[in-house]
Design a binder for this molecule. Structure first.
Ligand code: GLA
Length: 397
């Protein structure tokens, strides 16, 4: 299981050893993710197309005597709590508590623990730093206690941690993306059935780049919940009007205008986003399979316009970042990603224009705002969650 070479895993191992005076028994990691297209449709039973990114979260564990869990995080601080009473406290420790709780409730015996968390997934930028942490924790604990849970079970366990302990009503997209997306692939996920299909990411001379707007996402939580309620109201109104729907995704794209006729603003706009975005995912999958970067880029642009105007989850700075990227020759398309209201922008750019794009964004977006540039390579589908090291093997290299 530890065939790859990952210097970050080695660093996590050494940090654990320095912190606790003995090596970890397990090092596991999980990537962040970017959703290529299919935004704000996972809770409407729709289709999404996330891809794992190169940035990862690393978790180490060692069983110790006693009934306490002690964790150290380079970015978040230190926590300790009793294994038997993992109650919610409203801080990052809830991710660890919630994971322990889910294992215990599945009948798995969790020993006293020491462990660490490190990583480089940007926090709070729409790249699923929390799902990455949830799934890395679950993967590491599963290896430590011999839980034999499969990746999709670990994803559902991670979602339960968010829903039941952290208190975020997130969908299945993020944990599935980081737990099961295949290397070199984006993951087409049917959020109603849970069915998945890998779609190879294979544009010949174009790739995805991520640029952080660095807008603080103060309203993200409350606005996210508001959008969820609005889509639920849209569904209820359509069912009331006689449409035989289980989810908003069931509105046929060809009959969208007809459906919108029975809805009042802003609900009509919210529904138009969801139904048109589901259609764009279908078209984007075809474009990705055909290696058609121009078509894929046009769909990113259309998705952004819909998220900005109909779903209203963008931000003026994000719109400007998208617009600045969009006019650079060689850029195929760009859009806001994740929950929105700030965070990262996804750009599909041809290989020979990458540097020019980065330079333009530094000069025209970051410098005038006095914000440090944060531009990442999204890769082509990084490895999903994995065990990097188990005791009895060689130190990770
Ligand atoms: C957040 C949520 C996801 C999804 C996206 C929007 O990332 O965690 O479940 O709803 O927003 O597509």
């Amino acid at each position: 299981m530890v065939e790859h070479s990952d210097p970050h895993a080695r660093r996590a191992y050494l940090l654990h050893e320095a912190q606790f005076g003995a090596p970890p028994a397990v090092v596991a990691s999980a990537p962040g993710r970017v959703n290529l297209i299919g935004e704000h449709v996972d809770y409407c039973g729709g289709w999404v197309l996330p891809m794992a990114i190169p940035n990862r979260t690393y978790v180490t564990f060692q069983a110790v005597p006693g009934r306490e869990c002690r964790m150290f995080s380079s970015r978040l601080g230190e926590i300790a709590f009793p294994i038997e009473r993992p109650e919610r406290t409203g801080d990052w420790a809830d991710y660890v508590r919630g994971t322990v709780r889910e294992f215990v409730e599945r009948g798995l015996r969790v020993p006293g623990l020491v462990g660490s968390i490190t990583g480089d997934v940007p926090l709070g930028g729409g790249l699923s730093s929390s799902a990455s942490l949830d799934v890395a924790l679950a993967t590491a604990l599963n290896a430590l206690v011999g839980g034999a849970l499969e990746p999709d079970q670990l994803a559902r366990l991670a979602q339960a941690v968010e829903n039941r302990t952290v208190g975020v009503a997130c969908g299945l997209m993020d944990p599935m993306a980081v737990a099961v997306a295949g290397e070199g692939e984006a993951l087409l996920l049917d959020c109603r059935t849970g069915a998945t299909e890998g779609v190879p990411v294979q544009f010949e001379a174009a790739s995805f780049l991520l640029a952080d707007s660095r807008v603080p996402r103060a309203l993200a939580g409350s606005k996210y919940n508001e959008r969820r309620e609005e889509t639920a109201r849209g569904l209820a109104a359509l069912v009331e009007a006689g449409w035989p729907l289980r989810d908003l995704r069931d509105v046929p794209f060809e009959r969208l205008d007809e459906a919108l006729g029975s809805l009042a603003p802003p609900i009509d706009r919210r529904v138009r986003h969801v139904v048109s975005e589901c259609q764009r995912v279908r078209e984007a999958v075809a474009a990705l399979r055909a290696g058609d970067a121009a078509r894929f880029g046009a769909l990113l642009d259309a998705s952004h316009a819909s998220l900005r105007d109909d779903f209203e989850v963008s931000h003026p700075d994000v719109d400007e970042l998208v617009a600045l990227a969009r006019v650079v020759p060689g850029v195929h398309g760009a859009r806001v990603t994740g929950a929105g209201f700030g965070g990262f922008v996804l750009v599909l750019v041809s290989a020979d224009a990458r540097q020019r794009l980065a330079d333009e964004l530094v000069v025209k977006y970051y410098q005038p705002r006095g914000r440090g540039p944060s531009i990442l390579d999204a890769g082509r589908g990084s490895p999903p969650a994995r065990v990097d090291y188990e005791s009895g093997r060689d130190l990770p290299h």
